[in-house]
Ligand binder design. Structure first.
Ligand code: SF4
Length: 353
């Protein structure tokens, strides 16, 4: 294995790799202020880790490794280098509760490797959300959203589209969710004002269902605010959903995709109740690593235990398997070979060539 060097690279150089970065990094409004950690082999950048290295809760936004260098410990080494670098900036401030955070979002099965790396470094999982997907057409025939009871109740003026809310009410709601710690990543200006609905009482938002503007054929649910513990007895969120569904059907063709992020049990229950056949298409996992845990175990631990090993089909069981292909990471059975096979263990799908 050739020597791997880790360096911080300038934003203008990192910008040429934007196509390989995840949206939170590539589309960051202050891209130039982010910190870019690179792994370099033979003067070639083979991996980039993007970090919002702010003083409180530095956040890892994206990591990408060139396919030819996957499975060799480079992502682990890069994360460890970044953790050590950030700690050297703020590590003496252990009196403030501080931690690194990372969020992994992607299709089901595609994120297992990076989750495994984060967990092996010591990150603890703090969020485990799922994306459910259905089509606009499924709103039309939905026996809950289109029930007479829901439609009748939706005529009550307390169920209000975002476009019909005063700016005062929206500002109050914005402050409300900031106070409740629910505003992270949510920009009320990005919402679709026709199809987002609130339940309003005494000129205050009580609950609601919010959607982003359609993008690339997908209408993404942004937030379901305050799902009652027992959605069967308190139908308000369902009625707001019914009003929203009618607005979606009016605005969008039946073939558009509708996606919901179930960030907690309540939302997952609501989605499963309304769309029993909705598929889980993606996951979003949040992770945290406390500064004090890294400092108490010593940063050497993060640099000493990395082994860069060159992997090839010849040093895996795949060498004599009939499913083997030239790309070491893929084969005819797996789009991404299991970690244990890449680590040199046996494979349940091995078949002699
Ligand atoms: S099926 Fe298993 S042993 Fe065969 S090539 Fe794929 S990963 Fe390797």
């Amino acid at each position: 294995m050739k020597e791997v060097r880790f360096e911080i690279i300038p934003a203008d150089l990192a910008a040429s790799f934007k196509d390989f970065m995840l949206p939170p990094a590539a589309e960051h409004t202050e891209f130039d202020k982010l910190t870019f950690f690179a792994a370099i082999v033979d003067d070639m950048i083979v991996a980039i880790l993007v970090c919002d290295a702010k003083r409180v809760a530095p956040e890892f936004l994206s990591i990408c490794v060139s396919p030819d260098f996957e499975g060799q410990g480079i992502a682990t080494g890069l994360l460890n280098f970044a953790i050590t670098e950030v700690l050297s900036r703020y590590g003496d401030e252990v009196n403030i509760p501080n931690n690194f955070s990372a969020r992994v979002v992607g299709p089901v099965g595609s994120c297992d490797k990076i989750c495994h790396i984060l967990e092996s470094i010591g990150f603890k999982q703090t969020e485990n959300s799922e994306f459910y997907e259905t089509r606009v057409s499924s709103l039309d025939s939905n026996h809950i959203l289109q029930s007479d009871a829901a439609k009748e109740r939706a005529a009550d003026p307390k169920y209000r589209a975002l476009k019909d809310c005063t700016s005062g009410l929206i500002n109050t709601f914005g402050n409300q969710i900031i106070e409740e710690g629910l505003s992270e990543g949510l920009n009320l200006n990005d919402l679709d004002k026709d199809i987002s609905y609130f339940v309003v009482e005494n000129e205050k938002v009580k609950s609601g269902i919010l959607f982003y503007e359609e993008s690339e054929g997908v209408i993404q649910n942004a937030f379901v605010y305050k799902v009652n513990e027992d959605i069967l007895t308190n139908m308000e969120t369902v009625v707001a959903f019914s009003a929203s569904a009618s607005a979606v059907l009016e605005k969008y063709p039946c073939g558009k995709r509708l996606s919901f992020l179930a960030e907690d049990e309540g939302v997952a229950r609501l989605i499963k109740k309304v769309f029993p056949n909705a598929k889980v298409t993606g996951i979003a996992k949040g992770y945290e690593l406390k500064f004090e845990d890294v400092l108490s175990s010593g940063t050497e631990r993060f640099t000493d235990d990395i082994a860069f090993t060159h992997i090839s089909n010849e040093n895996m069981v795949c060498a004599t398997c009939r499913h083997c292909m030239e790309n070491v990471m893929e084969c005819k059975v797996y789009l991404q070979k299991p970690d244990r096979v890449l680590d040199g263990a046996d494979c349940p799908d091995f078949e002699n060539a």
